[in-house]
Design a binder for this molecule. Structure first.
Ligand code: GH3
Ligand code: MG
Length: 313
């Protein structure tokens, strides 16, 4: 148990004497120390223990420490602090070590107190770096969630109005239209006030969620937006007028057939839907207004129907 909570230091040195000296230097430190005496062993132990800090000799029996440094960096998921600890003491060796990305370069023979201080400092820096990374990830994930929620309706999970003002235009622009259109459908639940008054607000909420699910199930690659209280905006991309009307009628009939169960029994809802083929010249707001006028016509003529907008000259 104790081993798991301690930071792990991997010593890579073929000299057992040096390993012993390091062990003595770090004996008061609350770290778990492990030793590797060759390059191969170092790679295996690094993979197994995921050390926080590695003390790396440059001259090893089976490999060059600089090469091993690169291999350790590639395989290390824990972003260990790597310190060279070596008898190669020329200035260019030191410069090379730092240029490769080592955290420190300690020359042998080393002073025990100095080694201890450097190890302590680099472990502390590593802890601070890990904590910053953790906070950064937390922040990123919160921002992604916030960004998602800003464009979603809390009750149904559908897009909300902000999506229409923001990204809808961009999504529509990607369509290759030709004979096809982007079609706006505004769908409103019929006599929803009566449903709330009869079965209660919670049953009304449940109806909204069920209808949202039906809409999403049918609309697939298209967009479904909770436009207002009991109003949904469906944007169909690249469809013929026949296809658009077919989808609208499918939505209408599936909602009509769907039974919503609540404490005192079951009920169903109907929708009236207004359709309008979007034209670039008129803009999104005007296009939705046209769908709204068609919806109004549908309500006036008896509800539970799909109605195309007809321009009155
Ligand atoms: P019409 O057929 O003409 O559309 O009549 P209606 O009753 O559906 O329309 P009206 O505008 O008179 O009433 C809409 C109702 O929808 C009133 C409002 O309380 C209810 N409503 C709006 N948002 C919500 C919601 O989030 N949950 C619930 N349960 N009810 C809501
Ligand atoms: Mg209504």
């Amino acid at each position: 148990m104790e081993k798991e909570s301690r930071e792990i230091v991997l010593v890579v040195d073929d000299s057992l004497l040096i390993c012993k000296q390091i062990e003595i230097a770090l004996k008061e430190e609350p770290v778990f120390l492990c030793e590797a005496h060759s390059g191969q062993e170092a790679l295996e132990m690094a993979a197994q223990y995921q050390p926080d800090l590695i003390l790396l000799d440059v001259v090893l029996p089976d490999t060059d420490g600089y090469e091993l440094f690169e291999q350790l960096k590639e395989t290390d998921n824990n972003d260990a602090a790597i310190l060279f600890l070596t008898s190669k003491d020329k200035d260019e060796d030191v410069v090379k070590g730092f240029a490769m990305g080592a955290c420190d370069y300690i020359k042998k023979p080393f002073v025990q107190g100095e080694l201890l201080s450097r190890v302590r400092t680099h472990l502390q820096l590593k802890r601070q770096k890990d904590e910053l990374n953790r906070q950064n990830m937390e922040l990123r994930s919160s921002m992604e969630k916030l960004n998602y929620m800003a464009f979603r309706d809390g009750l149904t999970g559908l897009y909300n109005r902000r999506y229409v003002v923001g990204d809808l235009m961009e999504d529509m622009r990607c369509c290759q239209l030709g004979e096809r259109h982007n079609v706006m459908i505004l769908a409103d639940i019929d006599d929803f006030k009566v449903i709330n008054d009869t079965y209660g607000h919670d049953a009304g909420d449940m109806a909204l969620v069920c209808i949202a699910n039906i809409l999403e199930g049918i609309c697939g690659r298209h967009r479904v937006v909770r436009w207002g209280g009991e109003e949904f905006l469906v944007v169909l991309f690249e469809v013929t007028e026949d296809e658009a009307y077919g989808i609208s009628e499918q939505i209408r009939t599936e909602v009509e057939k769907f039974k919503i169960f609540h404490e005192e029994g079951e009920f169903s809802c109907t929708l009236t839907l207004g359709l309008h083929a979007y034209h670039e010249s008129e803009g999104i707001e005007e296009s939705i207004n046209c769908a709204d006028r068609a919806l109004y016509e549908g309500k006036r003529n008896g509800k539970n129907r799909s109605v195309w907008y007809e321009r009155k000259e």
